[in-house]
Ligand binder design. Sequence first.
Ligand code: SF4
Length: 237
Amino acid sequence: MPDRENIKVCEIFYSVQGEGINAGVPSVFVRLFGCNLTCDWCDTRYSWHRDFARFEKMSARKVADRICAFGGLPGKNIVFTGGEPALQQEAIRRIRKELMARRDHFSLSPEDQFTFELETNGTRRIEDDFWNVINISPKLQNAGQQPYPVLAHCFPREHHQKTWWKFVVEDEKDMDDILALLKEHHISPHKVLLMPQAQTRDELIAASPAIIELCKQYGFRFSPRLHVFIYSDKAGV
Ligand code: SF4
C-alpha cells in the first residue's frame, strides 16, 4: 500500500502525559485533526473546528520520523489524541507499522520498545488490539452532549484490563450521568478517574478539592491535569 500523505495531523510534541493512569510518563503526543463531537468546554478546538483548520497532511513515514526525532530511538510512550483519533484508525495503523519497522531495525529489548496509548471519546469502536492503554473519556451533559453518545461496545472486551474511564467533572450533578454509564457498561469503580473541568491553572486549583471529595465518596481515582497545572491554557505542551 502506498504511503499516502493523507493523515491529518494537528501537532506532534514531546511532553509528559498530563492525565489518566499514565500521568507523568514522558510521551510523544500525536494530535490528529477532526472530531465528531463539539463539546462546549473543549480546550483543543484548534484540533477540529473549521475556523482553525490547523493541520498538515502527512505520510505515516513522516509522522514516524517526527516521533523518532524526539531523542532518536524508540522506547517511548506514543499518545494518539485529538480531536477524536479513532476517526483515523487506518492512519494510526500505518504509523505504528512504520514505528515497529524501526524498532526491529534497532533490535530493541522489550522495555525499550514503543508503547501505544489512545485517548478517545468512546463513540467509535476501537478496532485494533495493539493498544497498551485506552483512555475513554465519555462526554457528559456538562459538555452540552445530549443524548449520551458512548457506544455500548466501543472497545473489544479482551481490552478490559487496558481500558480506563476518565470523566471531566464540573460538580456533583455529573455523578448521575457517570453512575448511569458505569451501570450500563458494567464498569468497576477502580477503572474510573475523575478530573476537574478547568481551562486554566487557577480554575484547576479552585475546582480540584471538590472533585477529590467526590473520588473519596465513590471510590474513584483522582486524575491530575498536569499540563493545565504547569502550563495553564498553553497549547502543544
Ligand atoms: S470529544 Fe474531545 S476533542 Fe472532541 S470536542 Fe469534545 S473535548 Fe473536544
